[in-house]
Design a protein around this ligand. Structure first.
Ligand code: DHB
Length: 390
């Protein structure tokens, strides 16, 4: 080989490497996040709330993290687990997303967990709330809440407020089991009696027969957990069947007095004491700004699902800032231990459990300036998921 030939080869190689590098740099200027939500079907309000929150976060953040443009792909699973799993697979394999997010119901999150594990893709659960979910994959991080976390506070409040005998009513699946179990054990620990444990199916529940049973049992109070979207229909039937007038107090998790529907529930909701991690009426400058910005953009009131989505975007964006856009295990590591002020109050992503630690509020439905709100009157500080303290 002549010296000239040698130089020529080197120059060609160098040019090729440069061309490759600049092509790669272009591809790496953006990262994708795959969000799977029930945009249609019985849980469509969850999808609508989280979608609006994600759009707000993107508008406020400029849609950039770790020096890269962030592209959010939103897919509708209609609340069907097989669809969630298929969409997650496509997002990971075809779109090469750095993170999966969303998950409007527990079965949808559980169906996706193995894909997160196998592909080492961080999976941010923004809505689903059964305790066990974070244990289904080491790549799951949660920004919503857990039912054990919010059910204990209302049990203690009830026991301290002359409620001795309770009937429980929950949706018959993961979060309902958690609510029933943790409410009952905490209430009994404080001297209360659980007379009956009633359940309604997740799909198309009919509340009439269970409400008749509640009437017959004549407890001091009925404790209820139903997933977001079912509260208004339940409340209507509770009123129509005259349970409120029969002196049966209604207590609940805040899923039932959901800000998405609360304002349309009418007087039957007034005075309902419940516990949850977010109220649109939460009195902090951060929440006032969040609610005002959200309402200006979306034209409806944010609920706890919106906050789970908004905070989930924050967790992903801050982690991308830390990894300069890299995914996989480094991205997961950068999500762990994040501590920040959410519209709901101070929150921590527990580095050990990957679950959210947050304040839980005891609230009462009141009319404020002509609108119904969950008005917070007591706070349990920095509550860890009690489902993991066993
Ligand atoms: C779940 C869904 C909800 O809408 C809710 O309010 C709480 C929990 C769930 O399926 O995990």
């Amino acid at each position: 080989m002549t010296r000239r030939h040698h130089l020529f080869t080197l120059a060609t190689l160098a040019a090729g490497v440069l061309a490759l590098a600049s092509g790669a740099a272009r591809a790496e200027d953006s990262v994708k996040i795959g969000v799977i939500l029930p945009m249609t079907g019985p849980s469509a309000s969850t999808g609508r709330q989280i979608d609006a929150a994600i759009k707000l976060w993107l508008a406020q953040s400029g849609g950039k993290a770790g020096g890269k443009k962030v592209e959010v792909l939103i897919k509708d699973d209609a609340g069907v687990a097989d669809t969630t799993r298929r969409l997650a697979q496509e997002l990971v394999v075809n779109d090469k997303v750095v993170a999966l997010a969303g998950f409007g119901l527990t079965p949808l999150a559980l169906a996706t967990a193995p894909i997160a594990t196998q592909s080492k893709t961080p999976m941010v659960v923004m809505a689903a709330a059964t305790s066990i979910i974070t244990e289904a994959s080491p790549f799951i991080v949660r920004t919503s809440f857990t039912l054990p976390q919010v059910s204990i506070g209302i049990a203690e409040w009830a026991a301290k407020n002359k409620i001795r005998k309770v009937v429980t009513l929950v949706a018959d699946y993961g979060p309902g089991n958690d609510a029933e179990k943790f409410f009952s054990s905490q209430f009994q620990l404080n001297g209360g009696t659980v007379a009956e444990k009633l359940r309604t199916p997740l799909r198309s529940p009919d509340f009439a027969p269970v409400l008749q049973k509640v009437r017959d049992a004549a407890p001091d109070a009925l404790f209820v957990f139903l997933p977001s979207g079912q509260g208004a229909q339940f409340m209507k039937q509770f009123g129509e069947r005259g349970l409120d007038k029969a002196g049966i107090k209604l207590i609940a998790t805040g899923d039932v007095t959901d800000d998405d529907q609360l304002n349309d529930m009418g007087d039957v909701a007034l005075g309902v004491v419940n516990s949850h991690h977010y109220s649109a009426a939460h009195n902090s400058p951060a929440n006032k700004k969040f609610v005002a910005d959200f309402q200006a953009a979306a034209k409806f009131r944010p609920n706890f699902m919106a906050v789970g989505g908004y905070d989930g975007m924050r967790v992903i964006f801050k982690a991308l800032d830390a990894t300069k856009g890299a995914g996989g295990e480094p991205l997961l590591a950068a999500m762990k231990g994040q501590l920040f002020e959410s519209p709901r109050g101070p929150v921590l992503i527990d580095a050990q459990t990957r679950d959210i630690v947050q304040d839980v509020y005891i609230r009462k439905v009141e009319r404020v300036n002509g609108q119904l709100y969950n008005v917070e009157f007591d706070t349990l500080k920095a509550v860890k998921d009690p489902g993991k303290l066993k």
